[in-house]
Design a protein around this ligand. Structure first.
Ligand code: PGA
Length: 252
């Protein structure tokens, strides 16, 4: 009942030429699976429009890697939801671990961004996940609970249905260390039960929970085989068309 969802997070990579080239290959070579999987890519802000154009005849949506919660005004360097909508953005990442841990975003800020994204007609992908030290101290459930309860604070059941959750253990991002499918499934199951408590089972059953963290063509299928893993948020491997296309195939 939950359609698989594969999203690529290009982070601070590509240029004006390679972003379009990558998008064109993904667009043309994912045509035959477009009905079976939701697809999105999140390029750097400056290439969003060019990538949107390259994807316009495909079913691959574009997403932003971040958004600001104020509608407009004196917020130097920031990008609003209406700007993203204006150029055809569908998704936006909120609270990616690099924004939490490198840039220093708080749960409160991430909640404002998630709330503003929904109000502005975007579909947020709210990222959660624990650090290695937190996992080793058996704090994973507590961290994920805090990030979800704060990140979704104030959102009604109706609004939360616009949200996709991405569980990305920080220790698995860009490190080559993937959570085992069982480790990932355990946390996904925990997240779904928590959503069931925060809302209800019907709402929780409808929300897609993606796994992210060193997803590659050779581990994608087993991860997707887990009951509560509904899709994949792919960083490094989404920059190689062959790898991203293979991950898409593995997800359906
Ligand atoms: P990775 O990144 O696939 O390179 O580990 C995933 C992410 O940060 O979304």
């Amino acid at each position: 009942m939950r359609k698989p969802f594969v999203a690529g997070n290009w982070k601070m990579n590509t240029d004006s030429h390679t972003s379009v080239e990558l998008a064109e290959r993904i667009a043309s070579e994912s045509m035959d699976v477009s009905g079976q999987v939701t697809l999105g890519v999140c390029p750097p802000f400056v290439y969003l429009q060019a990538v949107a154009k390259a994807l316009s005849a495909s079913s691959v949506s574009i997403g932003a890697q971040d958004v600001y919660y104020e509608p407009k005004g004196a917020f130097t360097g920031e990008i609003s939801t209406s700007m993203l909508k204006d150029i055809g953005c569908v998704y936006c990442l909120c609270g990616h671990s690099e924004r939490r841990h490198v840039i220093g975003e708080t749960d409160e800020l991430i909640n404002k961004k998630t709330t503003a994204a929904i109000a502005g007609g975007l579909l947020p992908i709210l990222c959660v996940g624990e650090l290695l030290a937190e996992r080793e101290a058996s704090q994973t459930d507590g961290i994920v609970t805090r990030q979800l309860e704060n990140g979704l604070a104030g959102l009604s059941a109706e609004k939360v249905s616009a949200v996709t959750i991405a569980y990305e253990p920080v220790w698995a991002i860009g490190t080559g260390l993937t959570a085992t499918p069982q480790q990932a499934q355990e946390v996904h199951d925990f997240i779904r039960k928590l959503l069931g408590q925060m809302y209800d089972d019907r709402v929780a059953g409808g929300i897609r929970i993606l796994y992210g963290g060193s997803v590659k063509p050779d581990n994608a299928e087993e991860l997707m085989g887990q009951l509560d893993i509904d899709g994949l948020l792919v960083g490094g491997a989404s920059l190689k068309a062959d790898d991203f296309l293979a991950i898409i195939q593995a997800a359906i």
